[in-house]
Design a protein around this ligand. Structure first.
Ligand code: FE
Length: 248
């Protein structure tokens, strides 16, 4: 079986949030889709070990924000890869309380839906929650939503380990690795310089590309990984430079 086939599946990127009692929780999801029109229902797949799965289970509600194509990678890092106190994460982003009592993330969102859980299926590692849409709003008419392909190919991110669509990079077909190296080699030959190749974060799979640099941390394009300052951190999950491994 070729795991690369899974990479041809297309999805959006969403922020799922919920609240039980005083406990708020949220996570980044790509597996969310509409399953019926009348009444409108959405399905989400949530890892059983994810705090949000428990919070949704307890409260019976969840909200889903559709993230914009220009979503800041920091927001995805915060809710997708960084552990920490959930309440604090919400304090760092713009949100409101939905009519169902759960928080609705407004930062970088083009639309949102409020849902009431009407069904739950145990699908192994994950729960599939079916939510009837009780409210929803369009926030940004002219902005495109973020797609999983853009997240992967342009933002250079990979689904975290608990995502239903997680693909173990080490198990990806060797063909793909070979194809990437061939392309990189020819790019380097074209440029006539060796920037030392790309480095990948072992925590979140963010790829540091020396040709791109890291503008947010003041690293100009053309900076080899070796030349990054020692206090440079992964822009997505805040892992130390030492957590990066060569992608060669
Ligand atoms: Fe990282």
């Amino acid at each position: 079986m070729n795991l690369e086939a899974f990479l041809k599946m297309s999805y959006g990127i969403y922020l799922i949030s919920s609240k039980s009692g005083k406990e708020m929780s949220g996570y980044i999801a790509n597996t969310a889709f509409q399953v019926t029109a009348e009444p409108p229902k959405l399905a989400i797949s949530c890892h059983k070990n994810n705090t949000t799965a428990r919070v949704i289970d307890e409260s019976g509600v969840f909200n889903l924000s559709v993230l914009a194509k220009d979503t800041d990678a920091g927001l995805i890092g915060l809710f997708g890869y960084q552990s920490g106190h959930e309440d604090e994460k919400f304090h760092r982003v713009q949100h409101k309380t939905g009519n169902n009592g759960a928080p609705v993330i407004l930062s970088h969102s083009v639309a949102y839906f409020e849902c009431k859980v009407v069904d739950k299926f145990d699908v192994g590692t994950h729960y599939l929650f079916i939510g009837e849409v009780t409210d929803g709003e369009l926030l940004e008419r002219d902005k495109d939503p973020l797609t999983y392909a853009f997240f992967r190919d342009e933002m250079k991110l990979m689904a975290p380990e608990r995502a239903p669509t997680y693909v173990d990079k080490n198990k990806l077909a060797k063909d793909r690795e070979d194809a990437i190296h061939k392309e990189e080699k020819s790019n380097q030959e074209e440029d006539g310089k060796d920037l030392g190749g790309r480095f990948i974060c072992s925590i979140c799979a963010y790829v540091y590309d020396p040709e791109v640099g890291d503008e947010a941390q003041g690293i100009p394009p053309g900076t080899p990984f070796e030349d990054l300052p020692e206090d440079w951190i992964c822009p997505i999950c805040a892992a130390a430079k030492s957590m990066f491994i060569s992608d060669n």
